[in-house]
Design a protein around this ligand. Sequence first.
Ligand code: HEC
Length: 246
Amino acid sequence: MKHPIICILALLALLMAACDSGDIEEQAVTTTDKGRVVKLTATVSGIGAWDKKYSVSLAGFTTGDNYAQVVRALPNTTTDGTAVEVVLSNIGDDINTVELAITNRLRERIITLASVNMDDAGDTKDTIRMELGTVDVSTFGALQFGLFDRACIQCHGGNGGAGAAGLNLTAGHAYASLVDVPSTRKEGAVRVVSGNAQESLLHQIMAEGGENLLHVNHTEILSNQFKENLNEVRQLIDDWIGTLQN
Ligand code: HEC
């Protein structure tokens, strides 16, 4: 009579043990599978000027979602001209891009300064390097990399000429071409009025309702480029104009 019971108990114990170790093994496998790693190296400036509600971050995003799945902030005490190295690990298959981005406390993307396509990287076990050289991560730097370089300089700048409407938005020229410079297209308007976003033509042509102010619909250009963070980019433009002394 004893034997069958012991046998069943032994069998149960064996089964449970098998299940247990199976679980552990599975967890271990999942962890290594998620192990893609991106390492950012850059010499940054302008990080200390950001309001505390924003971070300059290395962040992983899923396409269509403006909130980062994984994020690691660059130390905001970094002195200008210092080389920083930031590693983002545990990057799962659901992450499509890893970006140097300005994010807020909710991990929301404000604007992207540089990006790596993780789909191209596949499931490599090698560390993916993002070497950016010298990067101005101030508000204006973020607008240069994230907005002008991406959505504007194909018309405004490059090719030796100053670009459409005599406005040059390439790096090193954009600021002087915008701030307190009268419009060449709209009588009495100023491209950027220091300290006053509402009065600035740049704000007006990017805002809703600004579609027909010029012969080119800039609102459309902006909304085509920034599908997930349109309002955040608009707000960043206004924030920047607000910081300028009039
Ligand atoms: C497809 C080409 C094109 C792109 C892309 C483009 N622009 Fe323009 N932009 C123009 C043209 C052309 C004008 C002049 C329109 C007119 O004559 O009414 C202009 C005018 C302007 C003006 C007014 C200049 C003045 O002196 O009145 C500003 C400011 C401006 N663009 C900013 C931008 C910004 C910022 C971006 C990027 C988000 C951008 N543009 C993208 C073609 C473009």
